[in-house]
Design a protein around this ligand. Structure first.
Ligand SMILES: Nc1ncnc2c1ncn2[C@@H]1O[C@H](COP(=O)(O)OP(=O)(O)OP(=O)(O)O)[C@@H](O)[C@H]1O
Ligand SMILES: [Mg+2]
Length: 820
């Protein structure tokens, strides 16, 4: 019914300001008091603008309703696509642009509701109803306005997009409705939210809603800010690191290090290509190399990794020397280097022969056991020469930590591979002769047991995958020929002994020593002292003098040293007097070496009461050990001196008990144990002694002291005794026999059960001394005591008169009755 009003245009605007053209807006809602520029392109919209400009109202304003489209995308909206609530706007300026669109500056004035869409062809014409803003004032309102102000202030502080001037402008607004609308213009809200705010008629409600929205915004902004600062910090840190790294690299480049590092890595890569290693090792090196490339060359870590790689690359994984498998040639070499040692050499040659046949030998490990200076170490060296293998020696003396053999794990600072791997690197071949010298000198403590590591090394079933803690890779030791040496067997843990084939080298006889000196030591020392082209005649008697008077040993080390000493003096003479022909005889040796150090021959000059020569065995070989016993008035005390060990002391007690039990038989007063003290002493009291094998010696000394019958000085003995007077077997017979021979002893008494060991004693010695196996102490006494009538002695009943010092017997005589 109002259809026609549109026609009467001029009148309409004046009379009915409520009929206005509508400008549909995309994506924007214009609030009252807001001035915004709009770009208008749609034909209908431009027509609406033009209409409004042409029909200004009485207040000279070109009024138009600014209402938003529900969806921005809709190009040709119908009334349903448009919100029916908008803002009446005043077109301030219209500026047609060259491309046919129009830029328009519009100011929002008042809210208005669309009452009705009026029919119009070229644009929307609507009848609107203005919404009156209530301007009520209350305390509540006042409070609300203040809160909104303060929240807005906080909001502006957080939001960088709102210029701070806005704050001034807004804080001047006291009117609630205007305040709300001004603020809304600056909030980034969704279209629907904004529209809802527009449609909220009550300013109080609007402010409340706004307050809520701003609080939400602030929270979001705060979180955003937090994230931003965190990100920024992180960025700064990585940027800083990057920058510093770049700088460091520049410095390194300047110093030429980076290039060096690169070269180094390249070198490793080259080496990796050519080096033959286990697959595991190759993979490991590649992995470490990858790590290394990422590292700064100066860092401590890089050094650790580089070291590790170096170690792996420097090991002889598959580098081996070719074995000389000619047994005759090997024999020649062994003989060339060492005199005698028949058994050891034979065993070595057998070993080599078998190896030549089976290629890969899983045989037991050879272990040379014997006193110092008998050539154990040098024999091993000689084996290497004979087989054409490399030689490495690892001294185990004083090794007390498993890690010394197996290495420390790489996590330790300054970790290194164990000595075994280190030695292999030195050998530069994976099949050397590997001498484990002095296995008996290893010790065990809280750091672990080195022998347990050796167990694995020496086990042919296990040692193909030996794992060093540092390398942490399996290394194949199965081609290595291990040889051990030791002075005694005692200290070798038995599981280790079990893996070894023991070859005993007991020591040399005088004749052997003479031959060794003549053939090896003298020529060797002559050359070593620069007398190669001088004629030196070192006579046998001179060598014998050195052996007898200046050395006392099982081996030949001191002998070699003394010979060297003689040659040094000869060299001086040669330089001084220019002599070219020199004869070193007994006299010259005495002159050069000075006062003789040892007395040669038997320890005693005559047969004496209570002094008996025993035979002892030590790590140095066999030795003579005198036992003295003396009886004095007292109360039956047994005094034992000479630093004897527990076993030896008990041995003395046993001897005494034996003698007491048999006193009558020997013609000793039964009560001697109440009326006299007995003192047993072993000279060289500073040296600790132990072991049961002096039992017979002590028994003999006691009997001699109590009966006052002297003991023959050329008899030596060894054997443990029981309380009943049986003689039990002992060890080290060969060494003891050698020692007895060295000292010029004529008769040696040994336990009968040791007869089986006689074979070990060199024939020459067996020929030179009389060896008497005995079963009971009676037999010992019969041999050792100077008796006129041995048979009678042992049957003699105890004499009637109780004399503390035993019976008077035929006094000692220097003449020796022939003993069988
Ligand atoms: N049978 C021998 N023939 C030639 N030389 C020998 C013989 N025995 C030992 N020697 C020489 O004696 C010296 C000492 O030998 P070596 O060092 O091998 O003794 P060892 O048994 O290892 O002693 P230790 O137990 O003290 O280590 C060496 O110079 C060695 O050549
Ligand atoms: Mg040695």
């Amino acid at each position: 019914m109002l259809m026609f009003f549109g026609r009467d245009e001029k009148k309409d605007t004046q009379k009915r300001a409520e009929t206005v053209p509508l400008l549909p807006l995309r994506d924007i809602i214009v609030f009252p008091h807001m001035v915004v520029p709009l770009f208008v392109g749609r034909e209908r919209s431009i027509a609406a603008l033009n209409y409004a400009m042409a029909h200004k109202g009485a207040d000279d304003k070109a009024t138009i309703l600014l209402a938003a489209q529900k969806k921005a995308k809709t190009n040709d909206p119908t009334p349903e696509d448009i919100f029916h609530f908008g803002t009446l706007g005043n077109l301030i300026q219209l500026l047609p642009l060259p491309d046919g669109t129009v830029k328009v500056l519009v100011e929002g004035m008042r809210r208005a509701k669309v009452k009705e869409f009026l029919p119009h062809d070229s644009f929307f014409m609507v009848q609107v109803e203005e919404v009156a803003e209530s301007s009520e004032k209350s305390v509540e309102m006042e409070a609300l306005v203040r809160s909104v102000h303060s929240v807005f202030e906080a909001f502006v502080k957080l939001n960088k997009r709102i210029p701070p001037e806005m704050l001034m402008q807004v804080s001047a607004i006291e009117e609630p409705a205007r305040l709300a609308d001004t603020i809304v213009a600056h909030l980034s809200l969704k279209l629907n939210d904004k529209q809802a705010l527009l449609e909220t008629e009550s300013p109080v409600k609007r402010l409340e809603k706004l307050y809520e929205l701003m609080q939400g915004e602030i929270e979001i902004l705060q979180v955003e800010k937090k994230i931003r600062t965190r990100v920024k910090k992180q960025m700064e840190k990585t940027q800083k690191e990057y920058y510093l790294n770049e700088q460091m690299q520049a410095i390194q480049k300047e110093l030429g290090e980076r290039d060096e590092f690169k070269n180094e890595i390249q070198e490793i890569e080259e080496k990796l290509k050519t080096k033959r290693m286990s697959k595991e090792a190759t993979l490991k090196v590649k992995k470490e190399l990858k790590k290394l490339r990422m590292m700064s060359p100066m860092s401590a870590e890089a050094t650790v990794v580089r070291n590790y790689i170096d170690w792996i690359l420097s090991l002889p994984w598959y580098d081996e020397t070719k074995d000389r498998l000619d047994v005759t040639e090997a024999e020649r070499v062994l003989n060339e280097d060492h005199y005698g040692l028949k058994k050891a050499k034979e065993r070595i040659l057998e070993y080599l022969a078998v190896q030549a046949l089976v290629q890969k030998l899983k045989g037991p490990i050879l272990c040379f056991v014997g006193p110092p200076g008998v050539g154990k170490t040098s024999l091993a060296r000689s084996i290497a020469r004979a087989t054409g293998r490399k030689f490495v020696r690892l001294s185990l003396g004083g090794v007390r930590d498993e890690a010394e053999i197996r290495g420390h794990r790489r996590t330790y600072i300054g970790a290194m591979p164990g000595k075994l791997i280190q030695s292999l690197k030195k050998a530069a071949s994976n099949n050397p002769v590997f001498l484990l010298d002095e296995v008996d000198k290893m010790s065990t403590d809280f750091r672990g047991d080195p022998s347990s590591a050796l167990l694995e090394v020496l086990d042919p079933e296990q040692n193909h995958s030996f794992n060093d803690h540092y390398l942490d890779l399996d290394y194949d030791l199965s081609k290595v020929m291990f040889i051990c040496t030791a002075n005694t067997m005692h200290n070798i843990p038995s599981p280790l002994q079990d893996r070894m084939e023991i070859i005993r080298i007991a020591g040399y006889t005088e004749l052997e020593k003479l031959s060794i000196a003549r053939r090896y030591l003298v020529p060797k020392q002559k050359d070593a002292n620069g007398l190669g082209d001088v004629n030196v005649d070192f006579t046998d008697s001179a060598v014998r003098t050195v052996i007898h008077r200046y050395t006392r040993e099982s081996g030949v080390r001191s002998l070699e040293r003394e010979i060297a000493s003689v040659f040094r003096k000869v060299a001086r003479d040669v330089l001084k007097n220019g002599k070219r022909d020199i004869r070193v005889d007994q006299k010259l040796v005495r002159k050069y070496l000075g006062v003789q150090r040892y007395r040669f021959g038997m320890p005693e000059r005559e047969d004496q009461v209570g002094i008996v020569t025993g035979l002892a065995w030590t790590e140095m070989g066999g030795e003579l050990l005198t036992t003295e016993a003396t009886v004095m008035p007292g109360k039956g005390k047994l005094i034992i001196t000479g630093k004897l060990g527990e076993v030896m002391q008990e041995s003395a007690q046993a001897a005494l008990s034996y003698v007491r039990a048999r006193a009558e038989r020997f013609g000793i007063d039964k009560k001697f144990s109440e009326t006299c003290d007995i003192h047993v002493h072993l000279p060289e009291g500073a040296i600790p002694k132990d072991g049961p094998s002096a039992g017979v010696t002590m028994a003999t000394a006691l009997v001699s002291a109590l009966t006052k019958i002297p003991v023959r000085r050329d008899v030596a003995m060894t054997g443990e005794i029981t309380l009943r007077g049986r003689v039990l077997p002992i060890g080290g017979l060969k060494e003891k026999a050698l020692a007895a021979h060295r000292a010029g002893i004529k008769t040696v008494l040994i336990p009968k059960e040791n007869r089986k060991d006689l074979r070990e004693i060199p024939k020459k010695i067996r020929a030179a001394i009389r060896i008497v196996p005995v079963e009971f102490v009676d037999e010992v006494l019969r041999e050792a005591l100077v008796l006129e009538n041995p048979d009678e002695f042992l049957k003699k009943p105890a004499p009637a008169e109780p004399k503390a010092e035993g019976v008077a017997l035929p006094q000692q005589s220097a003449t020796q009755p022939a003993a069988q």
